[in-house]
Design a binder for this molecule. Structure first.
Ligand SMILES: [Zn+2]
Ligand SMILES: [Zn+2]
Length: 163
């Protein structure tokens, strides 16, 4: 169902970048700065929750919580027991998905790459829930791919995707 930061498909590998990035939502009310470790590659999720939330294809990149600062009002939606999704309340742009601590603090961010100009050049890192992908969405390349069954077997705390 939901991506998690402890899965190798969703975690930084190799040398994380520390270049500073700035991104913003469509209306400009929310600005996100990443000043620290992040993985300059894009992950994709085809789970049903991500399809509903994103409109079809969910894309993200991982950044350390300590590296991320947010300016502007943000609406957070607790989409499962362990994760939240955030968006701009003015224009609706999706901002991030993240796993949260029991107290609600983000563990790390899975930020929407489309907010950041720099991320437009980044490669695709991995795809999960490939067997649930919409018929209209096929991502080419030699990146890692995981089915729903494989991903949920490796992440037993996931409660299962919606139908
Ligand atoms: Zn906005
Ligand atoms: Zn998903």
């Amino acid at each position: 169902m939901e991506p998690t930061t402890i899965d190798p498909n969703r975690s930084p590998a190799g040398s994380p970048s520390i270049a500073e990035l700035t991104g913003h939502c469509l209306c400009g009310a929310v600005t996100i700065t990443v000043a620290g470790a992040h993985d300059p590659r894009v992950g994709a999720c085809h789970c049903r929750m991500c399809q509903r939330w994103s409109g079809g294809l969910f894309l993200c990149f991982t950044a350390d919580a300590s590296a991320v600062s947010i300016e502007g009002e943000v609406t957070r939606y607790r989409s499962s027991t362990f994760a939240e999704r955030a968006f701009c309340p003015r224009c609706g742009s999706h901002l991030w998905f993240n796993d949260v601590e029991d107290g609600g603090e983000p563990k790390s961010y899975e930020l929407m790459p489309g907010l950041f100009d720099a991320a437009r050049k980044w490669p695709l890192r991995s795809e999960i829930y490939v067997d649930r992908a919409m018929a209209s969405v096929h991502l080419l390349g030699d990146h890692r791919r995981k089915s729903r069954a494989d991903y949920e077997a490796e992440n037993p705390f996931i409660e299962g995707d919606i139908e």
